[in-house]
Each structure stands twice: as C-alpha cells, then as structure tokens.
Design a binder for this molecule. Sequence first.
Ligand SMILES: [Fe+2]
Length: 377
Amino acid sequence: MTAVAREALNAAEAAVPGTMREIAFVQALKDWLGGFPTRATQRLEAVLMQHPRDALAMKLVQAIHFLMGRPKEMRKSVENILPHWDGHVAQGYVLGCHAFTLEETGEYARAELQGRKGVELAPQDAWGLHAVAHVYDMTARSADGLQWLRGREASWMHCNNFRYHVWWHQALMHLDLQQFDEALALYDRDVRADKTDDYRDISNAASLLSRLELEGVNVGDRWDELADLSEKRATDGSLAFADLHYLLSLCGGERFESASRLIARMAAAKSEICESQRIIAHPGLRMAVGVQAFARGEYANAWFNLRDARADLQQIGGSHVQRDVFQRICIEAAIRGGYLDAARGMIEERSTVRGKTWDGYAERRLALLARAQAQAV
Ligand SMILES: [Fe+2]
C-alpha cells in the first residue's frame, strides 16, 4: 500500500491547505512514510486534544503504538479520550479499544469487564470481542475462550482480514487444549480460507503452524504456500514483525537459501535511518538468526541468539499472544540445547506476565523438564 499512500500524500500536499486538523493528518502520513511513526502519533495526539471524538485519529494512534510495541502509550492515549465518549452511540467501540489496552498492560480482570461491556453496547465490534479472547489466552482459560467465541461468529464474519485473526485465536485455544485436529481444521477452513499475502494473514498462519510443530504435530505440506508468498515479500523490509513471520514460513518450508537472503537483508538495516530499520537491526536480526538456527537443529546457537533478542522482543510490536511464538521457540531451543534451568526460568517468567497462570503449553513443558531432570539424577 506504500505507493497508494505516497500518491495520497502528494495529492494532499498539492491541494489548498486545509484546517489545522487536516494538515495534522497529512503531516502524520508524511512522518509515517518517512519512517517516523512516533512523530506521526504525536501529530495525531494533538488532534485528539482538540477533538477527542476523532475516531480515525484515535484508531490510528492505537494502531501505531501497537505496531511499535508500546502498550502503555496505547492505553494512555485511549484513556485520555474515554470520558468524551460517555453516552455516544459508538461508546462500545471505544470501550473495546480500552479493553485491549488493559489486557496488553496486564490488567486482565478489568480488561474482561470492559471488553464485555463494550460488546454489550456494540455487538458488531470484533475488536472488543477479540480483546476478551486475548484475556482468556493470557489467563490460561482456553475452554472459557472457546465458549466466549462460539455463537458470536456474526461479530467477526463481516470483518476484512481481521476475521482470519479471530479464527486464529480460536485455533490457539484448541491447540492449548491439545485438540490438534480442530486447530488444523480451522487453519484450512478459516485462517487460510484465502491465500492472501498480507503480512498479518501470513503471521497468523506461520505462527499457528510453528506452534503445532512445537507440539509435535505433522502439518503436512501447509508450509509450501506460505513459503512461496514469503519469498515474494522478503524484500519488503518494512517491519521486523513481518520479516520474522516470513522467516518462520521460509524455514518451515525448508527454503534455507531464501531464509539466508532475508537475514542478509535484515543485517543491512541501518538503525540510524528510521525507527522501523532500528528495530529490524535489533532485536529483529538476532531473533532471525536464532529462528533459522533452531530450524536447522543448531539448538545451542539458536538459544544464544534468541536469548539476546528475547530481552527486547516487545519492540517488534504486536500483542503478547502474537509474540509468544518466539518465546516458545526460545524456550524450546533452551530445552533441546540442554539449558534446562534457563528453560524453566523462562517458563516461569512467561507465567508471571500471564497473571501467574499456567496454560497447557507451560504445564507440558514443566512436566517434560521434571522428567528430564529426574533422569539426570
Ligand atoms: Fe489478537
């Protein structure tokens, strides 16, 4: 969409200057295209100070902070405007946004309440519904999550490709309950209903296949179409988050030469050029090297690289649930590399972020570690 966005920017700049509010949007677009998303949010925040009911500015700020891995800022922004939506016909949608930021900042109980309230007011809002689904994932309540989503399909069936993402959440819940056939059926029927090359769709798919494989499930030839699409997108160089999911697909499809080319491109990212390149340079590159080493079975090498990237993983953006695939690969590399204490430490740390709960994944890994350590005695 970059070409379309540039065209729009050129047209806007050539036009008669509009109001201060309109100019702020044009400047924000220019900042975004120049690689300065933080500055773009500042421009839009200025709009929100004057016009707290500007829904487009609000959603753009939410989206940019989300992409940049800044949940606290995302929450602060929506909380600033929240009181201005009291009684408004679209209040439910804003509550859904707030619920998601509460969830991403670890306030799970409040997030669930706020999300449910939002959905009550705006039953068509998939974002609020999705915020509650996140709470169930992050608090190890997969069965409750499935119950929450079941029967509410009309809330997300009307959406654009976001609907694939909600199906993805449902598949993750089945995965956690070891209902692998259900997860694979959802993958084929809904998550990859259309073989699109939008990075968000590829990331849902690659992330689900990776998690299934970590659970020992044979995913057949499903990697192939993702690898084909990822080969074409590997030169984008727009977002570390996207690159890392392309890489998962390339490694999953055993396209190691293409994977190496993608990593070489990431290694050439110049951190001083712009914000997104800085994140590709670190932690993106280190994570990528670790993911490829893991796929090649070089577990110690994978662990050393992933361990370093993991400390700054938040910066690649996305949600806790989305980034969890990289946490899992890191933990798995430590287990397979024989760094059992480190693996246990990471599992415990992961649980702390998840409201001190243990999901099926954590329970299975802890049991595996206990068996390995008993055998070692
Ligand atoms: Fe999500």
